[in-house]
Structure formats: structure tokens, C-alpha cells
Design a protein. Structure first.
Length: 429
């Protein structure tokens, strides 16, 4: 690369990733094949529209590419239809809202403070100014149990057009069967939507439940995180697949077409075909038997890390984890906020993020908790036996947060350990 300023930063980031351990649960490492597809010549091509229905010529390669990605995504998740064009998870969610709702319609979704996502109704977001979001919460923070009785009462009272199951900081599995039963009580206009951005890889790997098995109509997800693809979004749906020239009636059977129209021309322009190429590669990787082994190990590592952290004195929200994600209350545990903990751990090469805990009394930029997970370190090859070491480093760094000499020592230990585990992009698959 002739641009040495950018080349130097790319090289520095590669070394940062190689010499540390990524514990942010929404991050992962992609394969060399995914990176090569992402940097491919497809970045040059405009392809507004869909395969066979484009607004530009020269689509003899993009059409089969996008169709390949669609078919692989459908096979991976058991969907009738897949839209692989969303640029990320939030646009995917907003497109589903736009496809099904009218301004002022109600969405019932998980409260942000209890594990939900910004795009599920946070008042700062665009969607919250268009639609009416009502929130449900956990019944018991110690176990993570959702208050399904309250959820049912809210649903029957507010008659939501979308009942949304999904999260960004919830360490347990949702009861999709209960969501489906509640939606049936609400009526035929209540669409069941699951935002599985965090657990898509676990579903693909067969270690987490697939909402489609319980009657859900739409699933949105990112393609990175546990799915180990490029940064992007994906919408999967059930229903009759057709592309009428005129806008179809808003029925559940027409969801695939409604969603396609909501993405383009509704909310996005030209798709990023180089990203779609990388998505297609990632979907193929997730269809391989070894991906199931990976997903199983993510869970084993998460449970082992949660147990080891509790042994070190960390108080965990919901008392542990049933997925890839751990939420720890460091304020109760050690009298510090999450920003301080994140900073101390950054200094030793363990990267995670500060995060609010349920009903947090501290401000968002200095919350009571930290959020971490095991997708990326599992990709690097770490197993259960390594989790006590990570938990110990975490506790030592927090204890030594004002001791630069000790932090430097711990950083050297983490670096020496991390270098034993290559990045997947180092390997030609």
C-alpha cells in the first residue's frame, strides 16, 4: 500500500489484535477468506435493486453472488427468504419496522436497562420518534427470568404490531414459545420478530434455539459477532416469496416482499456487494461441521469464565450465563465503575466494554458494570482450562488499577500468552 499513514495503522491494529485478547462479546476475528472477499473487486460495482431486477447493467456477476449469499443464509437458519443487503443491524431493524408498521404503531421490546438494544426503542433513536415502544423487563435479576406475566399484560393492553425478542446485554436464553403464545393472544396483526444479532452463530451452530422453530415471522441479525462474518446486517423471514410490481398488502405472508421493498428503495440505496461476498463466505463457513464444534466451545468457555470470575469475587448479573455473554457488576463487587474497570483491563491487553446493569444508578458513561464474552477468544483457540487465567488477570488488573508497574507486568503476561494463539486470518483455509 502506497499510503503509508493508513498502512501503518493497519499494521498496528493487526499487532494490537494479535498481542491481546478480545473479550467484547460483539466482536470476533474473521478468516482470511472473509477478508479477501471483503477487499475484492466487487467494491467497484453499483447494484441497486435485487438479482434479476437491477437498475444498472453489468450484473452478470453480482446477481449470482447475491443469490448465493441468499441461499446459504436461508439454509443456515431455515428461512423462506433472506435479504443480505442491510449495512448493519440497526438498519435491518429499522427496515422491518418500516415494512410492517405505520407511524404511531406499538412495538413491545426488552428494556435497554435490562439487556435490550438501542434500536429497540431508546428515546434517542429515530425509530422511537416514529413508533410507540413499550418495554418489558426481567422479573428476577438474580436469575435473569423475564417477567412473562407482565409481558403478557403489556401485550394485551397495548396490542403491539411487533412483539420483539432480542437483546444486547442479556446472558440467558429467551423462552420463544411463551413469546409466540402471547402474540397469538394479541391477534393476527402481531408480528413476531427476533433480533438475534448476538447469538446468530450460536443458533447456526445448533447450541441456541432458533426462533423460527417457535413460529417467529422475522429474524434480524448482524453478520459479525458470533457468526464470524464481515460487519453487516441480515434479515430472514417466513412467508410467500414473491416480488409483485405493486406494493403488496401488509400481511404476514407478504413479509419477504415488504422487507425487500423496505430495504430498497425504502431505507438504503446501492448494496455493498463486496460485503455481500464476504457474507456468502462466512455463511459457507458456518455451514461446515466444525462451526458446530466452535459454537459448542463458545458456550463451554463462557460458563467456565463466569464460574472463574465468580471465584475471583465478581458479582454476575443473572448469576452466570446461558450464552456467550457475561455481565458483571463491578460497582457492587469492587466499588469501582465500569469505565475504571474497562480502562485497567485495556492497559493489560484484555478488551471489553463498560455496560449498564439492570436499574443502574450510575450514569451511562460510567456505569456499574462490564460486558464481556467468549466468541473471539474461542476463535483464537482458547478452551475452558484458560478461563481461570483470564479471570485472575482481570481481578489483578482491577486491584492494581493505579499501579503502572504491576499493570505493565500483567500486560507482558497477556501478550506472551496471546501470541501462542494465531489470528484466523494468519491461516489460509
Amino acid at each position: 500500500m502506497k499510503d503509508t499513514a493508513v498502512a501503518d495503522l493497519i499494521a498496528a491494529e493487526e499487532e494490537r489484535e494479535r498481542q491481546g485478547l478480545e473479550l467484547i462479546p460483539s466482536e470476533n476475528y474473521v478468516s482470511r477468506d472473509v477478508l479477501e472477499a471483503l477487499g475484492s473487486i466487487f467494491t467497484n460495482k453499483y447494484s441497486e435493486g435485487y438479482p434479476g431486477k437491477r437498475y444498472y447493467g453489468g450484473q452478470e456477476c453480482t446477481d449470482p453472488l447475491e443469490t448465493l449469499a441468499i441461499e446459504r443464509a436461508k439454509q443456515l437458519f431455515g428461512a423462506d427468504h433472506a435479504n443480505v443487503q442491510p449495512h448493519s443491524g440497526v438498519p435491518a431493524n429499522e427496515a422491518v419496522y418500516f415494512a410492517w408498521l405505520e407511524p404511531g404503531d406499538t412495538v413491545l421490546a426488552m428494556d435497554l436497562g435490562h439487556g435490550g438494544h438501542l434500536s429497540h426503542g431508546n428515546p434517542m433513536t429515530r425509530s422511537a420518534h416514529i413508533y410507540n415502544f413499550v418495554s418489558y423487563k426481567m422479573k428476577n435479576i438474580e436469575t435473569g427470568e423475564i417477567d412473562y406475566d407482565e409481558l403478557r399484560e403489556l401485550a394485551l393492553k397495548h396490542k403491539p404490531k411487533i412483539l420483539l425478542a432480542g437483546f444486547s446485554a442479556y446472558p440467558r436464553e429467551l423462552d420463544y414459545e411463551k413469546f409466540a403464545a402471547i402474540a397469538r393472544e394479541v391477534g393476527d396483526e402481531c408480528m413476531l420478530m427476533a433480533d438475534m444479532a448476538h447469538i446468530a452463530g450460536l443458533i447456526a451452530g445448533g447450541v441456541a434455539k432458533n426462533p423460527f422453530d417457535y413460529g417467529f415471522h422475522v429474524i434480524t441479525t448482524t453478520t459479525h459477532k458470533t457468526l464470524r462474518g464481515p460487519r453487516g446486517g441480515l434479515i430472514l423471514s417466513k412467508g410467500t416469496v414473491s416480488t409483485p410490481l405493486r406494493a403488496p398488502e401488509k400481511t404476514l405472508e407478504n413479509l419477504p416482499t415488504l422487507i425487500d421493498r423496505a430495504i430498497f428503495p425504502g431505507t438504503q440505496g446501492g448494496p455493498h456487494e463486496h460485503v455481500i461476498a464476504a457474507k456468502a463466505v462466512a455463511f459457507a463457513e458456518a455451514l461446515r461441521p466444525e462451526f458446530k464444534t466452535y459454537a459448542q466451545q463458545v458456550l463451554k468457555n463462557a460458563v467456565a469464565l463466569a464460574d472463574a470470575m465468580q471465584a475471583e469475587g465478581f458479582k454476575l448479573v443473572t448469576g452466570g450465563t446461558s450464552n456467550h455473554l457475561i455481565l458483571a457488576d463491578v460497582y457492587t463487587s469492587f466499588g469501582i465503575n465500569g469505565k475504571v474497570a474497562e480502562g485497567a483491563l485495556d492497559k493489560i491487553g484484555l478488551n471489553l466494554n463498560k455496560n449498564a446493569i439492570p436499574d443502574d444508578t450510575l450514569p451511562p458513561f460510567s456505569p456499574s458494570g462490564i460486558r464481556l464474552g467468549t466468541p473471539a477468544i474461542t476463535t483464537r483457540g482458547l478452551t475452558e482450562k484458560d478461563m481461570p487465567t483470564i479471570a485472575s488477570w482481570m481481578k489483578q488488573a482491577i486491584d492494581a488499577r493505579d499501579d503502572e508497574e504491576k499493570l505493565n507486568q500483567l500486560h507482558d503476561e497477556v501478550r506472551s500468552f496471546a501470541l501462542k494463539f494465531p489470528l484466523p486470518s494468519d491461516k489460509v483455509s
